[in-house]
Design a protein around this ligand. Sequence first.
Ligand code: 13P
Length: 288
Amino acid sequence: MAYVNVKEILLKAKEGNYAVGAFNIVDYSTVRAVIQAAERGNSPVIIQTSVKTVNYYGYTPIVNWVKHLADNAEVPVALHLDHCKDLEVIRRCIEAGWSSVMIDASLSPFEENVRITREVVDMAKKYNVTVEGELGAIVGVEDDIFVDEDESYLADPESCVRYIEATGIDVLAPAIGTAHGLYKKKPNLNFDLLKNIAERTNIPIAIHGGTGLTEEMFKKCIENGACKINISTDLKHVFRTSIEAFYKENPGEYEPLKVLAHMEKGIENLITSYINVFGSAEKTEKGV
Ligand code: 13P
């Protein structure tokens, strides 16, 4: 009922000048926590999976968790495959029922990136699946993609226009100075570049490397055209710290379900705070 396409969620966000969070989940409990937070805030939400999570659980279980929870949720929920350079994994996600995929060929030369992205768009179109593509190279580690500071470079607005025209992607992830993982120094985001790209293009823009950005930075990203914001590291940290805190406070407790419930609450609260900052709360009619 409420399992939708990422494009559908993001076009509304673009028009309404807010952003929708895309949260990298690690298991069924974390999917549930993210969707519960979305329901609490009456917000659309994107469940995001890294390739290693897909390889760990397999395709069908993840789609089944998300579709089952989405069908019983009163807010729109989408399932997106994060950074993937393996076309076979992308094909299998599309066929299994993901509603969106990201092809990351950003370390290839421009023409090669266009060719590979085009191939994914052709594959996805038949299934009405959204495609996100990246230009520039975002510093840090995301799954098996490692970009050194020396290798990273920001997106060029003119190339973004050409990339979108040549590939037909639905969502653009331009490198604007954010980084995956924990920031080693104060993030230095190029908001003018983001604005310039947003003004020259007309598709939703995704910002990667959300963990560690301040509320003010998020708001400036949204003001300057971002409508999808990715969060991974923070969720994983809360996963760990909430479990650690539970055992510290309850050393004699051996019921795993109580630990999971505590962790879910921690993640739900985390996602709620992001939803409030991104402005996506109360942006959906219940039952959509
Ligand atoms: P963080 O791990 O910095 O939150 O980045 C998430 C991300 O961009 C996933 O693609």
